[in-house]
Design a protein around this ligand. Structure first.
Ligand SMILES: [Zn+2]
Ligand SMILES: [Zn+2]
Ligand SMILES: [Zn+2]
Ligand SMILES: [Zn+2]
Length: 306
């Protein structure tokens, strides 16, 4: 059984383990806490404990624990035997945490919880969540249905001949039978265009990217002349790994950027490798994100009017 991730109404989110007797919501069911016990450190827990500076174990908030629970009502977990057998008691194990990140949804101490009159699940029940989803989709389709051909699929305004735009030929992915999708490339519309593009490519992988770039896990190091290169290595938030076909900003998007004159601070201690090996100067340097990308005009698949 995994730890709770669902957010029903009337509960309070808490980071600390729930006390015995309390009702908690988990996976569209209500469970009562029987007992909470500390767990011994596993090898992985031990790593986290060492990383946290070896705090005093009995007082450590991040220490691993087990919560024994009894099913009260709501959805039956997949692993439970078929009805009418009761759902067996269960436990939820929480591994060591450097920062408390695993939350519990705990009902108020009165022990009452809102239940759906149709299915008995804690509110909102899965049927209601589905209804909401359908309503939201319908509202979206209504908006899309008002889009006139030739208008931007994001903002709905006409696209003038002087405005830059991007076309995604083929079936409209939001509105079956609707016009082919077209977007302004201006900042306010390009976010929607990029999201559309990713879905458009997923439909037919032979389609070429127009506005989006694949992601690379490496560190993009930008040089003084605006060129860039991608490097693997340890970073501030873990190891960075370049994609084999990455040619810097020309081919990929990067989550980590560095200006070359400080870039090696990511990879090594600055005193080991001061400045840029190419000798770029800090003066006039475009900065870590100061690269410019050439415009792409794909010949087949998608037509970019840029
Ligand atoms: Zn229901
Ligand atoms: Zn627009
Ligand atoms: Zn450089
Ligand atoms: Zn890269």
């Amino acid at each position: 059984m995994t730890v709770p991730r669902w957010y029903p109404i009337r509960t309070q989110s808490r980071w600390s383990p729930p006390e015995p007797g309390r009702l908690i919501a988990h996976d569209h069911a209500v469970w009562q806490v029987e007992k909470v016990t500390d767990l011994p450190l596993s090898a992985a827990d031990r790593e986290i404990w060492l990383d946290a500076g070896m705090p005093d174990l009995p007082a450590w908030k991040g220490r691993p624990y087990r919560v024994d629970v009894q099913h009260i009502a709501g959805a039956r977990p997949d692993w439970a035997p078929a009805q009418p057998a009761p759902v067996p008691a269960a436990h939820m194990d929480v591994p060591a945490q450097k920062w408390q990140r695993i939350g519990w949804e705990v009902y108020p101490s009165s022990g009452r919880w809102p239940s759906c009159s149709c299915c008995g699940e804690p509110m909102p029940c899965r049927a209601e969540l589905e209804d909401r989803e359908v309503t939201a989709r319908l509202a979206e389709v209504e908006v899309f249905a008002t889009r006139l051909p030739g208008c931007c699929w994001s903002c709905g305004e006409p696209i003038s001949s002087r405005q830059r735009a991007v076309d995604y030929p083929g079936d409209n992915l939001d509105l079956p039978g609707g016009p082919e999708a077209r977007f302004h490339t201006r900042e306010t519309c390009s976010g929607d265009a990029k999201r559309y593009e990713l879905r458009w490519i997923a439909v037919d992988p032979r389609r070429e990217r127009i506005l989006t770039y694949p992601k690379c896990g490496g560190i993009l190091v930008v040089h003084g002349d605006g060129s860039s290169e991608c490097r693997s290595g340890p970073g501030l938030a873990g190891d960075h790994e370049s994609e084999p076909d990455c040619r810097g900003h020309l081919t990929h998007d990067h989550g980590a950027h560095a200006a070359c004159y400080v870039g090696d601070a990511y990879l090594a201690r600055p005193e080991d490798m001061p400045g840029c090996p190419r000798g770029c100067s800090r003066q006039g340097h475009p900065g870590a994100t100061g690269y410019r990308r050439p415009e792409r005009r794909p010949a087949a698949g998608g037509a970019a009017t840029l």
